[in-house]
Design a protein around this ligand. Structure first.
Ligand code: ADP
Length: 259
């Protein structure tokens, strides 16, 4: 991808035990934030001490997803203190630092600085930090890759070809920088009819799995397009925290991510 090859890799001297898992997507609206929240909760359910960073400067939705709207983090010695959610996953969001409509006007360096504050917050007892990146391949992603060196990246796509082409750019960005791709998740894969439960495929089916095989990266699983997921997410009740059946797709993905 043009431009991406120029990524310079800057290793930070500081070594930390904490593993960062970056969740990216080629474009917005594919369910990257939904997946990030549920992945963090599923990892926690599997026994990992997990935290969540919402670095999606263009649409910080984690406070809503994690039922922590209106909560403001405190700071101690200039270090932010994450907010503990009711799901046992501490989190920090760009949306808690600045009003979303203001964040839109931020320049690259400001956004990168804010990302640093979130990632280098006082994440005591957290060994796995899930980072919900903005969609695409901009300043926040580059800063994440260069300064914070995630242990791996998860890329979310819908089955549509267009979203997949965009996803390839995100994959290429991580690949070029030497960040291991933990795998591809296919979201909104198959529509679950709320009346009869029948599954149909408005966006096609299997595209992401075939693409993952072609690229030689793991396929982490598919999450159906299910109105129950949308409703639960809007209500601050992530399916991964709920009953086994609803949580299952996310627990399966988390198992593969943790392996
Ligand atoms: P992104 O972070 O990629 O912009 P979001 O996670 O905010 O996307 O999801 C966009 C919208 O789609 C939200 O309203 C969310 O509730 C909904 N959504 C995401 N995944 C699903 C799904 N599998 N089934 C139904 N709705 C979903």
């Amino acid at each position: 991808v043009a431009g991406v090859r120029e990524v310079r890799i800057v290793q930070t001297a500081e070594k930390t035990e904490r593993q960062l898992i970056a969740v990216g997507s080629g474009k917005g609206g594919v369910g990257k934030s939904t997946l990030s929240a549920n992945l963090a909760i599923a990892l926690k359910r599997l026994g990992h001490r997990t935290g969540l960073v919402d670095a999606d400067i263009y649409g910080p939705s984690q406070p809503r997803l994690m039922a922590a709207e209106g909560e403001r983090p405190m700071a101690h010695d200039k270090q932010l203190l994450p907010i503990m959610t009711r799901f046992g996953v501490p989190m920090l969001s760009m949306g808690q630092l600045v009003a979303p409509e203001k964040a839109l006007a931020w320049r690259g360096p400001m956004a990168s600085g804010a990302l640093g504050q979130l990632v280098d917050a006082r994440w005591e007892h957290v060994d796995t930090l899930v980072v919900d990146l903005p969609p695409g391949t901009g300043d926040v992603q580059l800063s994440m890759i260069q300064k914070h060196r995630p242990a791996g990246a998860v890329v979310v796509s819908t089955p549509q070809d267009l979203a997949l082409i965009d996803a390839l750019r995100a994959i290429d960005l991580f690949n070029t920088a030497g960040i291991p791709i933990l795998g591809l998740v296919e979201n909104m894969a198959g529509y679950v009819c709320p009346h009869c439960g029948e599954v149909s495929d408005p966006f096609g089916n299997g595209g992401a799995e075939a693409e993952a095989a072609r690229l030689g990266i793991p396929f982490l699983g598919r999450v159906p397009l299910d109105i129950a997921i949308r409703r639960a997410s809007d209500a601050g009740e992530p399916p991964a925290a709920g009953e086994e059946k609803a949580a299952r797709p996310f627990l399966d993905i988390a198992e593969k991510v943790a392996a």
